[in-house]
Design a protein around this ligand. Structure first.
Ligand SMILES: [Zn+2]
Length: 704
């Protein structure tokens, strides 16, 4: 049960909704408990693994009472004498936070989408400024509280929101030392960031660990913390615009404070209009950073991510970028024929198919038969058809900017010499949604490779429909998100890949709109493995696609691209040697044989981040089948063998161990594999091995 606040008789279980729900879905009803105590204005939300309690106190403040990890009995409470509330935002002349007094207007509880339950708590401040809606929700088996705060302006005039915090939490540090963990994005072509994990010990004197997140920012919108006993918290925020996040510890006050504030918020809110602070989530875990990542990933797939585009995903994709913009339909047809014969599932035409950036009609010199004819041909070969689209860029000479020179954002980001467009200016948004709809329908497009440079542009123009001071929030929510959401509504079977010259908008809002995301852009094996290493802490494996440009192949190269989301080939298939195509074909079959298990599995980072002078290894454990797969790479490392101590297996289990290269067949217990490890021989440099671990009974074919 939950903390010391469980008063038994004094709790009022939500009866009507609960009974209706139990009738509809008894299995769900059994594990969730939503309760409201009207005497003490106390809300409890709880599933099988975690729970949280909030209160509207007699003083009128709305506060967290406790957050509990039920699997480890860890209870997180606010610091002594300190209030903690998820409400924290500021108007020009009023602050709404843990010290504000509210009254309860109404509240309700019930089931929601994707096996979740939620409390909806409607508060009003005592001065009659506004109404605050707090939504608290939990999902089946996920040790995570997801929440959002809305504010409705009840004044007769427009007010301005000047600050909002998506992560307004304070906890008692219990006198423990804390470490923090966060991950870079892909920044400036990888030169300033390639998903490096960053671990810090929180300074006990309050100096913060700071994150700069969102489009064109430095870090992914994710943060994990754990104390010396491995009691941990993780948090993510669902905002594509830029935000400043931090974690700090003040030992003298026993405080651990979190924050994630929207940058440069300056949002006008008309009478009765509502502002939504972007949703965020806070989870509990006990263990290491892999555990924090795993809990985050399972929650994201359960609660947030765009639905899988098919049962067998991630797909194998071919992309035309190795031809740069020198495209022609004849070459593309030849590539399509070979791609289909290799087992490629999506055929994507990258930059260069259009007359110019921003003029989204095919170039008739490159496509004399028309783009639709190529699309039809690709479909006739059994593949899906994809198009590259930097939707927020246009050349000065494109018809759209000749006709509307003012549609650019104040700042341009130099995407192949294009100007940047302001998507939060309504005419721009309407135009691009119309263009994408036309493109999709005319060419039967199945897949959109969204690209560009900084998807949340900066624009302070006074001539646009957005407020000139509201660039960041507006370009994220009213701009990019509005465009993509409009398309997902209009054409739900068209799937989107997130890319901005690499993964530079790695947010938990992004995963709601896109089925995958690029990690490193157009990089070699080492840079790619480094990217995959870091990105697979916060994000589910399918949000880590990899672009391989190599044309002379060996298994060290190909296997550097097999772990994670879609495998995207950029090589010019028509000029590759037969032996390379043969290898590619068998490696594609190999990728397909384990892609779903890696997608649904738990990632273990067995070594430090890949580097040229050492062996690196990454593992996936798939709980349903009790199988593991691990990739081991020897770059220019001196060591010729590696002892792979895999993780997550059942200690008493009997497993068969086999390899992709080595002919040994081993039978080992889980304990042996995890403690002593599996010896992996890597006789030469630039070698890659794959280890498969399967239950021995299953491997023996006895069907047990
Ligand atoms: Zn603008």
């Amino acid at each position: 049960m939950v903390g010391g606040d469980n008063g038994g008789m004094r709790w009022l279980r939500f009866v009507v909704t609960g009974l209706a729900l139990l009738a509809a879905a008894p299995r769900l009803g059994a594990q969730f408990q939503l309760r409201f105590d009207p005497e003490r204005n106390l809300w409890s939300i709880e599933n099988s693994v975690a729970g949280a309690v909030f209160q509207l106190t007699p003083e009128g403040t709305f506060e967290l009472r406790s957050l509990t990890n039920k699997t480890s009995d860890d209870v997180w409470t606010p610091p002594p004498g300190v209030r903690c509330s998820p409400i924290r935002f500021r108007l020009e002349d009023a602050v709404f936070d843990e010290n504000t007094a509210y009254r309860l207007v109404r509240q309700s509880s019930g089931a929601s989408v994707r096996r979740s339950y939620r409390h909806v708590i409607e508060l009003a401040d005592l001065g009659g400024i506004g109404r605050i809606l707090v939504e608290l929700e939990m999902y089946e088996k996920q040790p995570v509280l997801r929440y959002r705060v809305r504010f409705q302006n009840l004044r007769p005039q427009t007010v301005r929101l000047l600050a909002a915090d998506m992560l307004a939490w304070s906890f008692d540090d219990r006198g423990k030392t804390f470490r923090s963990f966060h991950v870079n994005q892909w920044v400036r072509g990888g030169s300033l960031g390639n998903f490096e994990p960053i671990t810090r010990t929180l300074n006990p004197n309050g100096a913060p660990v700071s994150l700069f997140t969102g489009a064109y920012g430095q870090h992914c919108t994710w943060l994990a913390l754990r104390d010396e006993e491995d009691r941990g918290l993780f948090a993510g925020w669902e905002f594509d615009g830029r935000a400043n996040a931090s974690a700090r510890r003040l030992e003298s006050a026993s405080r651990l404070d979190l924050s994630a504030s929207i940058q440069e918020l300056n949002r006008p809110l008309a009478p009765n209009a509502t502002f939504q602070v972007p949703a965020a989530f806070l989870g509990v875990f006990r263990g290491d950073w892999d555990e924090a990542g795993f809990r985050t990933q399972r929650f994201a797939e359960a609660a947030l991510t765009r639905q899988l585009p098919g049962g067998d995903f991630p797909w194998v994709i071919w992309d035309s970028w190795k031809y740069q913009t020198g495209l022609h339909e004849v070459t593309l047809r030849h590539n399509a024929e070979i791609a289909a014969s290799l087992g490629v599932e999506v055929f994507v035409i990258d930059l260069g198919w259009a007359r110019q950036i921003g003029d989204w009609r095919e170039d008739p010199a490159k496509f004399p038969s028309g783009l639709r004819a190529l699309s039809d041909y690709v479909h006739s070969l059994g593949m899906k058809f994809g198009l590259h689209l930097p939707l927020a860029e246009a050349m000065k000479t494109a018809p759209v900017l000749r006709a509307n020179p003012d549609w650019t954002s104040t700042e341009s980001y130099g995407y192949f010499d294009a100007e940047s467009l302001c998507l939060s200016h309504r005419p721009v948004r309407d135009w691009i949604v119309g263009e994408i709809t036309r493109l999709v329908d005319d060419n039967q497009v199945d897949w959109i490779l969204q690209d560009g440079e900084n998807m949340v542009k900066r624009c302070t123009k006074t001539t646009h429909t957005h407020d000139p001071r509201d660039s960041n929030y507006s370009n994220a929510v009213d701009g990019l998100n509005a465009v993509v959401n409009a398309m997902l509504t209009r054409r739900p079977n068209v799937h989107w890949e997130n890319c901005e010259d690499g993964g530079n908008m790695m947010t938990f809002n992004m995963v709601r709109n896109y089925v995958t995301s690029i990690a490193a852009d157009d990089s070699g094996p080492m840079t790619t493995r480094q990217a995959i290493y870091g990105i697979t802490y916060p994000f589910p494996p399918r949000y880590s696609d990899r672009y391989m440009g190599d044309e002379q192949l060996d298994t060290y190269i190909t296997r550097s691209y097999l772990f994670g989301g879609p495998w995207i080939l950029m090589n010019r298939l028509v000029q590759m040697r037969d032996e390379d195509l043969d290898l590619l074909k068998s490696e594609i079959a190999l990728f397909k044989s384990f892609r779903n298990r890696i997608r649904d599995g738990r990632v273990f980072h067995l070594t430090a981040r890949p580097a040229e002078n050492r062996i690196d290894a990454i593992q996936s454990y798939h709980e349903e089948t009790d199988t593991a797969i691990a990739f081991v790479f020897r770059p220019q490392a001196a060591a010729a063998f590696y002892r792979a101590r895999l993780k997550g297996l059942k200690r008493e289990g009997n497993y068969r161990v086999r390899f992709q290269e080595d002919r040994r067949l081993l039978t080992m217990t889980g304990a042996q594999i995890m403690d002593a490890g599996i010896r992996v021989d890597l006789s030469s440099m630039w070698m890659a091995e794959i280890i498969y671990v399967e239950p021995a009974a299953q491997a023996g074919g006895t069907g047990g």
